[in-house]
Design a protein around this ligand. Structure first.
Ligand code: ZN
Length: 230
């Protein structure tokens, strides 16, 4: 989009703020301020095969690798970014998270030769309410950084589930176990795919998606999220 005098005028009255800390951005900064970009807590898990997130899935579903870009803590800046993305309509926050995640995958041997990025699908009704699927926005940011194509058409959600926030691990699992469906599975035979979600907590959603994909012959699956508990 072209930067016009109207944008400049709007900027005078409504300066854009950092999606992580809320401070006013300088005009050369974009989405997140330089300070936050430098100090947001990175996990480094993309380079570590046997990390706590990978261990979380042992015995549940066979994954090649699992990573998250940042640690989030309550009231922290990463949580603020996720909140902007999920509840404030700030898709740019997701692009930023995806770009940072993409950078962390770029030089990681575990994530080499990926064929598709597959975002965890939202039910169409929820997507309509939010205006976008936050996992797809993150995947777009990753794709921008790495050139790996999006494969969002391959996984769909068939049942609308209530919010996960106040449910126990068991309830969450019952809730998500059979709500995903794979489309055109033959096109994923022998491929290496990366499942994308915003936050990794219990892993129930990613596990449910991965179990569906795991039935495809010769497929290799890894998972990446923007954030995980620190
Ligand atoms: Zn900031």
């Amino acid at each position: 989009m072209k930067f016009t005098w109207i944008d400049a005028l709007i900027g005078l009255f409504y300066p854009s703020v950092c999606a992580a800390c809320g401070n006013t951005l300088y005009k050369w900064e974009n989405i997140v301020c330089t300070r936050c970009k430098t100090f947001l807590p990175k996990t480094g898990y993309a380079l570590n095969e046997d990390n706590p997130l990978a261990r979380m899935f042992y015995g549940r579903v066979r994954l090649k690798a699992v990573t998250a870009c940042f640690f989030f803590s309550k009231e922290g800046k990463v949580q603020h970014l996720i909140h902007e993305l999920k509840y404030k309509g700030n898709a740019d926050a997701g692009i930023f998270l995806g770009q940072e995640l993409g950078k962390s995958l770029k030089d990681a041997p575990l994530f080499e030769s990926l064929d598709y990025l597959i975002p965890v699908p939202l039910h169409p009704k929820r997507e309509k309410e939010r205006g976008y699927n936050q996992s797809l926005v993150i995947a777009r940011g990753i794709s921008e950084m790495t050139g790996i194509p999006l494969g969002e058409k391959y996984l769909v959600r068939s049942v609308n589930t209530a919010t996960q926030t106040h449910k126990s691990k068991e309830e969450r699992w019952k809730n998500v176990k059979d709500i995903f469906e794979v489309r055109n599975p033959e096109q994923l035979e022998g491929k290496y795919v990366l499942l994308i979600d915003d936050v990794l907590t219990t892993g129930a959603t990613l596990e449910a998606c991965a179990l569906k994909l795991a039935t495809i012959p010769g497929i290799t699956i890894s998972c990446a999220t923007a954030a995980c508990a620190g």
